[in-house]
Design a protein. Structure first.
Length: 308
């Protein structure tokens, strides 16, 4: 009985930890500068890197943790399908543990998958990472350039990886609690842990793509693989130079794509909520604003919509 009680207690503690609040404090200037950008360019001090890429069944990424003044938070960068990106992996390992900065470009991601229990305050001194997975809410994932190596061609579906179920993932995304509070020159986002990376789903464009300097944004419906509507309107992010961007750049309203995506906090909506919070205080307590970075497009077409 005592062993059963211990197991139950541990399970309850794990469940409580999964719902523990995470505090993210961002500079308003950072929010405004990044809210309509697909990517970020940084000079990274690589503290710790995986010795080799994850197996495809584990997601196929190479993770490396470090510091960069452009981010101002603990963070991890990830090369997708890294087994095919040997030169980029070597570039990471060549500077790992040194003071040599490695130029990195990739999708910026704020997402509370490994947030830990501490406040994540942008601009606070970031300690040297001693593991490839320090407590963090910021990622550069996926990378599109590592040093001189182009990794944008790695933004394709991961052969051998079991993707997240679309209905389960989007039900979770739509229901993540959030409180946003403007604090002078900074904004505080209070939320909880959230996972569900690499979700496979279908998008139906609600408009033509809106082009920006480093990619494109497009408001879209999200559907499951049977064509069942999950979300009516959500912003999708496409990175210039990637296959997903090439697939969508000339698309029109109503076009559909079978895609692989990862979620991130939508800073454009964070900005909108803080600007409108005084007149409409309820918007500061709406669920977590998110968007999907499209990191792969599948061949073979998409499911047909079900009759209503």
């Amino acid at each position: 009985m005592r062993r059963v009680a211990i197991v139950i207690t541990l399970l309850l503690l794990i469940a409580a930890a999964a719902q523990a609040e995470i505090e993210i404090v961002l500079k308003n200037s950072f929010i405004e500068s990044m809210k309509n950008h697909a990517t970020i360019s940084i000079n990274m001090t690589v503290d710790k890197a995986h010795k080799k890429p994850n197996a495809p069944s584990k997601d196929g990424d190479l993770h490396f943790a470090g510091r960069a003044s452009e981010v101002g938070l603990p963070f991890v960068a990830e090369i997708m399908n890294a087994k095919n990106e040997k030169d980029a992996v070597d570039a990471v390992h060549n500077v790992e543990g040194t003071t040599t900065k490695l130029p990195i470009v990739g999708a910026w991601r704020l997402w509370c998958e490994h947030g830990g229990n501490s406040e994540q305050i942008q601009g606070k001194t970031v300690p040297k990472a001693t593991t490839t997975n320090p407590d963090h809410v910021f990622q550069v994932h996926p990378t599109t350039k590592v040093g001189d190596e182009n990794t944008a061609d790695a933004l394709v579906p991961i052969d051998g990886f079991k993707t997240k179920d679309a209905q389960t993932a989007f039900t979770k995304y739509e229901d993540i609690p959030c409180v946003i509070k403007k604090e002078g020159t900074k904004t505080r986002i209070t939320t909880v842990m959230a996972g569900f990376n690499y979700t496979e789903f279908v998008i139906e464009l609600n408009e033509a793509p809106f082009m920006v300097e480093d990619g494109a944004f497009v408001q879209s419906k999200a559907l499951d693989l049977e064509g069942e509507l999950l979300v009516r309107n959500r912003r999708m992010v496409f990175i210039k130079g990637s296959k997903p961007f090439d697939a969508v750049k000339d698309a029109k309203t109503g076009d559909r794509f079978h895609v692989l995506g990862v979620p991130r906090i939508n800073l454009a909506l964070v900005s909108w909520r803080t600007r409108n919070g005084a007149a409409r205080p309820e918007v500061l307590d709406w669920s977590l604003p998110y968007e999907m970075v499209i990191v792969g497009v599948y061949d073979g077409g998409v499911p047909e919509a079900e009759d209503e």
